[in-house]
Design a protein. Structure first.
Length: 283
């Protein structure tokens, strides 16, 4: 949006904004700009000032995976100032997909970022674009395994595993010479309601899985099902689609009873990706 330039909103403006929300009753402030740690000294200055003025108010922030890894030393102080959790656009655990989306991090960095955030006493809430034209069924299964292996069921909103890549008019993906040829053959007409071109996956199983997961997530949300149970069912769907129906039960395990609920945003639709048609109509 800004041509690669970085702009810091003056601290006094940010703090005045927070002060107004707190005066209206807010007890938690969310810094939603993904460049929060792109200006680490500025971010720390704001966190310190907010905590000094409102020591009982907590906050959360959004940061890129690469910035979490680079600024690991700052996270304990942010936690001490009241930070409860970090939202980060992980998007995928496939290096091929991450390269196509120019995310700036690799799959191996995700585990590092998770360890850094948890070591600081905070929760990491990753977001994903689970379905892209480059995502394979094995990639999707690896995402299911990663969530289970790292006990992220309480830190990932199940809807994240149903989201499809958003390709709006003017998307940089459509003009990138190394990416455009791999996506244009699968583009359909523009869906004006969704402000995105509809696309089909080169592997029909992935489109069927996207529809099935979308319907499952909608049903689970309506029924108030626990996220842990929803993830188990999603994993089973993916394993069945891959012809590995026996895999998911062995990986589901038993949910630890000592896990405390993770802090989170009450609105799970905070990622710029495309829901299924059924989810869009329901939303």
């Amino acid at each position: 949006m800004y041509g690669g330039r970085f702009f810091a909103v003056p601290a006094e403006v940010v703090l005045a904004d927070a002060r107004a929300q707190i005066a209206a009753g807010a007890r938690h402030i969310d810094f939603g700009d993904p460049d929060f740690l792109n200006g680490p000294t500025h971010a720390l200055r704001i966190a310190r000032a907010l905590h000094a003025a409102h020591p009982d108010v907590t906050f959360s922030f959004t940061a890129k995976v690469e910035h979490i890894v680079a600024e690991a030393a700052l996270l304990p102080e942010l936690a001490a100032a009241g930070a409860l959790f970090v939202v980060s656009a992980v998007e995928s655990l496939s290096d091929r997909v991450l390269a196509a989306l120019a995310k700036g991090h690799r799959a191996d960095d995700v585990g590092r970022a998770l360890a850094i955030v948890r070591a600081a006493g905070m929760s990491l809430r990753p977001t994903f674009v689970a379905f892209t034209p480059w995502t394979t069924l094995d990639d999707y299964l690896e995402l299911c395994r990663f969530i289970r292996a790292h006990e992220l069921e309480d830190e990932v909103d199940p809807v994240q595993l149903s989201l499809r890549l958003l390709v709006p008019p003017g998307s940089l993906l459509l003009g990138a010479p190394d990416i455009a040829p791999s996506i244009k053959p699968f583009l359909g007409p523009l869906d004006e309601q969704a402000l995105s071109y509809r696309w089909t996956h080169p592997d029909p199983r992935m489109d069927r899985l996207a529809d099935d997961v979308g319907a499952l997530v909608e049903e689970a949300a309506t029924a108030g099902e626990a996220a842990f149970a929803t993830f188990g069912r999603i994993h089973r769907l993916a394993a069945t689609a891959a012809g590995r129906a026996g895999e998911a039960p062995s990986l589901l395990g038993v949910r630890r009873k000592d896990r405390r609920p993770a802090p989170h945003l009450t609105e799970p639709w905070f990622c710029c990706a495309q829901p299924t048609r059924r989810q869009l109509d329901a939303f």
